[in-house]
Unconditional design. Sequence first.
Length: 251
Amino acid sequence: MPEGDTVFRTAATLRQALAGRRLTRCDIRVPQFATVDLTGQVVDEALSRGKHLFIRVGQVSIHSHLKMDGSWRVTTRQLWADHRVRIILEAGEIRALGIDLGVLEILNRNDDTSVVARLGPDLLGDDWNPQIAAANLAADSQRPLAEALLDQRVMAGIGNVYCNELCFVSGHLPTAPVGRLTDPLRLVVRAREMLWFNRFRSNRCTTGDTRPGRRLWVYGRAGQPCRRCATPVEYDSTGGRVTYWCPYCQR
């Protein structure tokens, strides 16, 4: 599931593959921007902001958001027919494919970050500020903890996996009000640590144990024993997001 660490890693991959190279092909398969052709332009940089990704080319910026199923793939292989491909960027033998992107648009480079101006501090960005993130998190004491953690205006980068894992390590149910947190700063620092240590990992780990099957505390482990107390992990899918928790460790 694409979260802030996935987007950060994707930006690094695109930057390594394309930065400083001149595009030899640009094929945008979104009707609104299908006539945009950046062939001949040099890719300057690729960067992430929370779950948003920007590829800056000439005077424009290619803005994408992976949503639930999107991805960018870099390859040197020949292209294959795939209706999910939304954009193709080629620089010689290098091909970058944007697949199933939830958002794809071409923005004026000078104003591209305006689309993310509403976001809170980026957990993996230069603007990371734990004090601001903690204040944002604690602003509404009655708000459910999971809802607040998923709000990108609080801090940018947390998705459903990290949300469930952070609720577990905090010892609170996802539905518990934020006001129950005794130390919001400690939780946002933990959030930063989780994403930071996973920013270059393809297999996300929050437990510190990277062995297969032992990487996560509760996410995806419905019915399995809690790693701390052995109580079966519970889950709920009401409302469109799946929530996991230990009924003993989280109160």
